[in-house]
Design a protein around this ligand. Structure first.
Ligand code: DX5
Ligand code: ZN
Length: 217
């Protein structure tokens, strides 16, 4: 069953409590929480305090996506996360990357790794055995409301084939430009989790989540 992870980057923070209640009632599965440091990406978003406050009004699974230059320092601040995903491009070698995956898991949090659109999927081969989730960016990270980059579908298909043929346990998540058309393609390619911001928070949250869930045939 496909999981829907609304990205609260697109939420209206002046009425966050009612929107969080509506997400829960609409059977969203996760909450996608975009952390940006104004350095790894040209935008600044949320710190740990906002995550703690959201925890008070939602018991959904907290999917924390950190777009930061120093993930090995920053991840410690998000103790209330259920999953922390850092970027492959933020670190310089695979030793550092595997050590961070293990450190996140040792702290009792699931670990994910993400690649930008221009990074080839094969660079992730060394992590497939250990990682809990792989996040394919289908837009250049930094902003919501961008269009879906189609080459992401080939990356999803590659990860799905690896997973099925070698019995890996990771989930495949896709993030950026998800709508009723691109969601159907991503699900067909093998995605397990769909992140959606502008599509869900524009208009009726309840109807939009239902439309995404109906894409799974
Ligand atoms: C972008 C973020 C995404 C973004 C998705 O860097 O990682 O999670 O909020 O927003 P939409 O669905 O509007 O592309
Ligand atoms: Zn994200």
């Amino acid at each position: 069953m496909i999981k829907i992870a609304p990205s609260i980057l697109a939420a209206d923070f002046s009425c966050l409590r009612s929107q969080m209640v509506e997400l829960q009632e609409a059977k969203a599965d996760w909450i996608h929480f975009d952390v940006m440091d104004g350095h790894f990406v040209d935008n600044l978003t949320f710190g740990p305090k906002i995550l703690s406050d959201i925890r008070k009004i939602s018991d959904l699974f907290m999917d924390v996506h950190i777009m930061v230059s120093e993930p090995q320092k920053v991840f410690h601040w998000f103790k209330e996360a259920d999953l922390i995903t850092f970027h492959y491009e933020a670190l310089i070698d695979n030793q550092q990357r595997i050590a961070l995956i293990k450190e996140i898991q040792k702290s009792g949090i699931k670990a994910g790794i993400s690649i930008k659109p221009n990074t080839p999927v094969e660079v992730l081969d060394s992590f497939l055995l250990d990682v809990d989730l792989i996040l394919i960016m289908s837009v250049e990270p930094g902003f919501g409301g961008q269009s879906f980059i189609t080459n992401s579908l080939d990356k999803i298909k590659y990860l799905k084939t690896q997973k099925d043929s070698k019995g890996y346990h990771y989930l495949i998540e896709v993030d950026g430009g998800i709508n009723d058309e691109t969601s159907a393609k991503a699900i067909k390619a093998g995605a397990d989790v769909l992140v959606a911001g502008s599509y869900i928070f524009r208009g009726s949250i309840t109807d939009n989540i239902a439309k995404l869930k109906r894409q799974e045939v």
